[in-house]
Design a protein around this ligand. Structure first.
Ligand code: SMG
Ligand code: MG
Length: 370
């Protein structure tokens, strides 16, 4: 196949509730969707996980759109027999911008698999058709408000709770959740909000038998994470720091983490995400699937990935209703604490075109140079 058209569509979706992390509060999502159409008339969709501002990582949604339009798509025009594995090599001259690259690769992969009728999960090497669901709980107004939120999610059946933490919101929320809900699978995520000097504070979390502490220190702080790991009993899991399979191999070799969070967008695409999975598996390091407040499109891809064998812990793959009043695909629901892996060709989901039309703020269509 060859690319015949690329459509860049921005949609605006309010979250059902604000989501507060150490770097800011997300109230809604300004999402970039990528639709590719091939010369055979097959379409595929990708979702860019970059948020509106460069606060989680350096990328942000408008920047991603500009990079895709001006630097990435021009490198794909005219690539003969374009398949997903050819996308990253064709884009390799452009430094960084992994979320932008991942969105484009996802759309090409969806089109490729729709053309052959193969489900994404099967293509990636999935070994299960449903995955246990965890949920990420934002920083709350108060401990009682947090306990209410956690109680609601546990009642829905979530198999693991992740609490966002930041300076000033560390031990009290974790202690309160443990005291109220007992021995539930529990972990925390700092989004790089601490320094090595906070080791004493973070060490207090050792008393609560957490599954892991996610990204306590800055993205670049691999050496410091290794030093912190030597001071904590709680396993360190890296998120922001793991930008590639090589970064994962380095982090593991340094002793910077014992668990890895995999997000396809953060590492430049689903195929690199699978390589991260493989490197971790080869080193005996369990992984789990992270989330970036995706729509049903990104969720479908995450679920296919999370069905690979070394995804040993529940991911941040939650039901549509945890995010949206109305998703842009058929809603994903929790079934006995699990999310079903889509089984249809490609991503295996259908877009709700009418709803998409209502929430679209702009559409850019790109075609090959004459
Ligand atoms: O998709 O359920 C989700 C959110 C999971 O906590 C979550 N993601 O650092 O892991 C993380 C954060 C990043 C969110 S940025 C919008
Ligand atoms: Mg994280």
């Amino acid at each position: 196949m060859e690319l015949a058209q690329v459509e860049l569509r921005r949609v605006h979706l309010p979250l059902v509730a604000p989501f507060r992390t150490s770097f800011g509060t997300e109230r809604d999502r300004d999402i970039l969707l990528v639709k590719v159409t091939t010369d055979q008339g097959v379409s595929g969709w990708g979702e860019c996980v970059a948020i509106a501002e460069p606060l989680y990582s350096a990328e942000y949604v408008s920047g991603a759109q500009e990079v895709i339009r001006d630097f990435l798509v021009p490198r794909l025009w005219g690539v003969r027999e374009l398949t997903a594995p050819r996308v990253a090599p064709a884009l390799a001259g452009v430094k960084g911008h992994r979320m932008a690259k991942a969105a484009l690769e996802m759309a090409v992969l969806d089109a490729q698999l729709r053309a052959t009728g193969e489900p994404l999960a099967e293509y990636l090497g999935a070994v299960r058709d449903a995955v246990p669901a965890g949920v990420s709980v934002g920083i709350a107004e108060s401990v009682p408000a947090l306990l209410d939120a956690v109680a609601g999610y546990l009642a829905e059946g979530y198999r693991r709770i992740k609490l966002k933490i930041e300076p000033g919101w560390v031990v009290a929320p974790v202690r309160a959740v443990r005291e109220r809900f007992g021995d539930i699978p529990l972990q925390v995520d700092a989004n790089a909000a601490f320094g090595l000097a906070d080791a004493g504070l973070l060490r207090q979390l050792d008393a609560f038998d957490l599954l892991l502490i996610e990204q306590p220190l800055a993205e670049e702080d691999l050496r410091e994470h290794a030093a912190l790991a030597r001071l904590l009993r709680t396993p360190i899991c890296l998120d922001e720091s793991i930008t590639s399979a090589k970064a994962a191999a380095d982090a593991i070799a340094l002793g910077a983490c014992r668990v890895v969070n995999i997000k396809p967008g953060r590492v430049g695409g689903l195929l690199e995400a699978r390589r991260v999975h493989d490197v971790c598996a080869a080193n005996g390091v369990p992984v789990w699937c992270g989330g970036m407040l995706e729509t049903g499109l990104g969720r479908a891809a995450n679920l296919a990935l999370a069905a690979l064998p070394n995804f040993a812990l529940p991911g941040d793959v939650s039901a549509s209703r945890r995010y949206w009043r109305r998703d842009i695909t058929e809603p994903f629901v929790l079934e006995d604490g699990h999310m079903r892996v889509p089984g249809g060709p490609g991503l295996g989901v259908r877009l709700d075109e009418a709803w998409l039309g209502e929430i679209t703020s702009s559409v850019q269509r790109l075609t090959p140079p004459a």
